[in-house]
Design a protein around this ligand. Structure first.
Ligand code: ZN
Length: 165
């Protein structure tokens, strides 16, 4: 089977990317390291980026602007909550800016950021750190290949730059 020439569902795609926010802050980049391998059409990337990558060929560069709704979602004001200090382990140091993983209401792990500590009141933000942000991706398509049957079954890429079991 020939390798797919453009990005389509079930292709394994290698990209170099740089993610910048509207204020110019660079959040993440693969430049200077290994490209990112992902399985197209399986939700490995945020939906807005996958949509804009479709149809592109190896060697192409593109800029993908992804609004929050197609990225990490809008910020949910109800995600900001104030909890008593004694909701945390007593020996734990609590400081504004701290991030840690907690268990969500449905038992799945969720990231939590402490945004303020006032007396015995701690304000936490359960929103994804990139919620509400427009994501500006600079992409270079490095390679495209067909996924193996096992990769399709797992829904992610195997191999040197992919998922390790
Ligand atoms: Zn796997």
């Amino acid at each position: 089977m020939p390798a797919p020439s453009t990005i389509a569902a079930d292709a394994v795609v290698s990209i170099h990317y740089t993610l910048t926010l509207n204020d110019g802050a660079v959040v993440d980049s693969s430049q200077g390291g290994e490209p990112l391998d992902y399985l197209h059409g399986h939700g490995n990337l945020v939906p807005g980026l996958e949509q804009q990558l479709a149809g592109h060929a190896v060697g192409e560069q593109l800029q993908a602007v992804v609004p929050p709704g197609d990225g990490y979602g809008e910020r949910d004001p109800e995600g900001v909550q104030t909890v008593p200090r004694d909701a945390f382990p007593g020996d734990m140091e609590i400081e504004s800016g701290m991030q840690f993983q907690a268990e969500g209401e449905d038992g799945e792990p969720t990231m939590l950021v402490i945004t303020a500590v006032e007396g015995d009141q701690v304000t936490v933000d359960l929103n994804h750190p990139l919620a509400g942000e427009t994501l500006n991706f600079e992409i270079v398509v490095e390679a495209i290949r067909e996924a193996t049957a096992e990769e399709l079954q797992h829904g992610h890429v195997h191999g040197p730059h992919g998922h390790a079991h």
